[in-house]
Design a protein around this ligand. Sequence first.
Ligand SMILES: [Zn+2]
Length: 530
Amino acid sequence: MRLDLLVRGGTVADGTGGPLRRADVGVVDGRIVLLPGDSPVVEVERTVDATGAIVAPGFIDVHTHSDAVTLLGAAGHELSRASVRQGVTVEICGNCGISLFPALPERMAPMRRQSEAQFGEQIGIFQSFEDFVRAQRAVPRANHLVSLVGHGTLRAGVIGYADRPGSPDELALMCDLLDRALTAGAAGLSTGLIYTPGTYADTSEVVALATVAARHAKPYVTHLRDEMSRVEEALEEAIAIARLSGAALHVSHHKTAGKHAWGRTARTMPRLAGLRAAGMDVTCDVYPYTAASTSLSAMLPPWANDGGIDALITRLRSPEQRERMRQAIREGVAGWENTVGNGGWDRISVACAPRHRAAEGRTVAEIAVERGSDPLDVAAELLIAERGEVTIISHSMREDDVQRVLTGSFSMIGSDGVPKPGHPHPRWAGTFARVLGRYVRDLGLLTIESAVHKMTGMAAERFGLAGRGVIRDGAHADLVVFDPGLVADGATYTDPLLPPGGVRTVVVAGEIVVADGADTGRHPGKVLST
Ligand SMILES: [Zn+2]
């Protein structure tokens, strides 16, 4: 027998959740050949010694905002490596209603501005999934990329950024663009119902779109309309959307954040488990941190963002409008999550502000005290100066909630990484190693088999990635070799791209992309169609 690669002497966690077993894993022409221990191999191109290590399918990061990271060129290089160095061989982007396609040609100019604020630099926007794939193909990548269709992008691409319901014609057009993108290979529909313009949609609009996803047997993936004080109502909306549309439901980065919602996973997780027991196809994902990360503009009431970034900046320049925003945060607005009202500016720190590097890593409250001004004025001035392009980290969750979601039998792992230059949340570079180090080894909350299943086979099944997420004969040769005694996240809030420890080798499409923890410079990654 001839092999391109042999991973010898390791213990296999095959991605199904089944028991660990001793086996050697061979690779021929990008596919796996499973070998019982000590089987005779005639000819081997390259051997990886996995003695003492776990050999698992490559990790699938089901929730990223890495849509543009390789398109950033040199500025994105270090960021894009952070994912693959922890063993991620497939990234699923297009989450929270935000993707880089599709759009009607006449809507694309204002969308370019929005995309610049969300992803940085001159990323632009693409008319179709095919155009997105072409742009990605032109730049090298180490691991694979899968994209959902973001509802916010779809809405902006047809209706624009106005706070109004779509007309029947507009809704039909949105359904048509979604249908084309799903036919071409996008993996499902995502919403971000706290973000403009997605938040302007009522339930019936989302039902109509999720019905298209259901027709393709692709999931409805949602960042709920509220993950704070009204998280349970928001979860019921998502359940209703799934029931009415017939789509499978996937709840993104499930959390109950802010002091009014702490502990509520004790109700939401049994609610989801009950639906599953009754035959409903519902799953979720989670990242292993008690801090969230999003745009600074999402800390403002939805009307503040009505009309897009230029309209937001105009409002932020007006003292009267700022006063209205302060009042909205203090008193709340019906149907709005209100992160700051639920926590406070002392829990919000600046993550990425390209023109204000000195502000990065500090809380908005701290900066306000130093300047002797009000936190909302600090936020407003930052947003104006950065043209809307500010990412924040919000320390809003409790550890018991994180653990309850993480240990749920239907939860998979998604970093929710926002890879932008600056001080991004460490979850982008640390999530998978942190689950294996902290929650499996140190706290003993999960077995290796079960954690690996959440990172691989369960994810592949949910997102239609045939032949991935498992180690078996004929599967795609995406693999990770890690040391269970050493694996640990290195990334911190102050140094967010520090690589993990204990991840020895990463293989994508049969090629070694990480060897002894170091980048090999190989780029076999592709955009995958589902
Ligand atoms: Zn989200």
